[in-house]
Design a binder for this molecule. Structure first.
Ligand SMILES: [Fe+2]
Ligand SMILES: [Fe+2]
Length: 137
């Protein structure tokens, strides 16, 4: 795991074996890659659009994932949903700071990569293990 990443290469190791979640995570990685490529050089209004698109997709994905957890009776749903809330909250704080020039594009993209490698590729796996009946985790 490194924050030097300039691109997230989607690979099998990110797959959780839940098709709709994997599809959404893959698209989320694509959106992060777009920000990695374009956020640093975009003009202010396009920067705002890029971040808004990612924010909207993250919110959609979180609700979708939480509903899947709800249907499956996942006991950690509330804790997991709190993590989702904290990520959106943190994104919004950074978005505001970025818009006012207090932080750089890299501060946003580093945060997104950390989010992807930490939450998406790691914390979400606990739900996959629950869903697949793996009690050894
Ligand atoms: Fe997720
Ligand atoms: Fe999640």
């Amino acid at each position: 795991m490194t924050l030097d990443t300039k691109h997230i290469d989607w690979s099998e190791r990110y797959e959780l074996g839940i098709p709709e979640v994997d599809l959404q995570h893959h698209y989320f990685a694509d959106l992060i890659n777009r920000l990695l490529e374009e956020l640093g050089t975009a003009d202010a209004s396009y920067q705002k659009r890029l971040i808004r698109e990612l924010d909207a997709y993250a919110r959609f994905h979180f609700i979708s994932e939480e509903n899947l957890m709800f249907r499956a009776g996942y006991p950690q749903l509330e804790t997991h949903a709190r993590h989702h809330f904290a990520l959106i909250d943190e994104l919004n704080v950074r978005e505001t700071r970025f818009a006012s020039g207090q932080i750089s594009a890299t501060d946003i993209t580093d945060f997104l990569i950390k989010w992807f490698l930490g939450h998406t590729a790691h914390e979400d796996r606990s739900f996959a293990e629950f869903l697949h009946g793996d009690t050894s985790a």
